[in-house]
Design a protein around this ligand. Structure first.
Ligand code: ADP
Ligand code: NI
Length: 231
């Protein structure tokens, strides 16, 4: 146990240093929230290996495939290099790398089932942080970082995207709610995450209602103004 604690501390320092300047919503604080979400879910999943869950949660965004030409091996490679320096069992390292490789959302049409309970927990913990108030903030941060518009009425969301489509989508940030975020509630693996997802989902729906209400009001007011001018 003592050994586990010190390796967790070293991993925190490693991830913190690496993700410090990250501004696309995959910063250290995201990793920390995912780690804490995962620890919470673990309380209800007593068979899970806590060392594997914690390492995978902390390391999961250490080098994202989206920022490495779609290469899903970069993250696991960086994690493996780090973990092998700290005398962790090969079986744990392999498992952490497998989770990192398979947990990412790759489009509505692409099922990404996790093989183990540890993977299910970390995937849920990450997806919870994509939802709710924090999820909304991260979506627009990511959108700005990748030069996306906030909203564009001429571009519809892509439903049922394939992996290739999803990877290349350059649609406005608001579309991401329909392409991914509103789908997450029904994709949760664990009961604990399903429970937490309900409130976050409801808040996103409320947010979107308000967003489109403001757009519509602006439109209606504008058309009234132009009618008054022409009358
Ligand atoms: P995952 O771990 O499932 O791969 P991502 O790293 O793809 O998650 O996404 C993390 C967060 O980044 C999303 O929940 C969202 O907030 C933001 N994001 C990702 N893709 C987009 C996009 N196309 N438009 C806006 N935000 C996005
Ligand atoms: Ni993440």
């Amino acid at each position: 146990m003592h050994h586990d604690e010190s390796i967790i501390q070293k991993t925190i320092t490693f991830v913190h240093n690496r993700l410090q300047k990250e501004s696309s919503g995959h910063d250290w604080w995201h990793a920390e929230r995912v780690w804490k979400n995962a620890l919470y879910i673990c309380r209800f999943e007593p068979t899970a290996n806590m060392l594997t869950v914690q390492l995978a949660a902390l390391l999961h965004d250490i080098a994202d495939w989206k920022f490495h030409d779609g290469d899903i091996e970069v993250g696991p490679k960086v994690a493996r290099e780090f973990l092998t320096q700290h005398s962790i069992d090969d079986s744990v390292i392999d498992h952490v790398c497998e989770i990192m490789r398979t947990m990412s959302f790759k489009g509505e049409g692409v099922p990404a089932p996790m093989r183990t309970i540890e993977g299910k927990i970390v995937q849920d913990a990450d997806r919870l942080d994509a939802m709710g108030a924090i999820g909304i903030a991260r979506t627009f941060a990511f959108g700005g970082y990748t030069n996306r518009e906030i909203y564009n009425p001429t571009i519809a969301p892509i439903k049922n995207a394939t992996a290739e489509q999803y990877k290349n989508i350059k649609t406005p940030s608001i579309n991401h709610f329909y392409e991914k975020l509103l789908l997450l509630k029904n994709l949760m693996n664990t009961q604990a995450a399903k429970r937490l997802a309900e409130e976050r989902h409801a808040f996103m729906e409320l947010y979107l209602q308000m967003f489109f209400k403001e757009i519509n009001v602006a439109q209606e007011n504008a058309s009234q103004t132009s009618q008054n001018i022409s009358a």
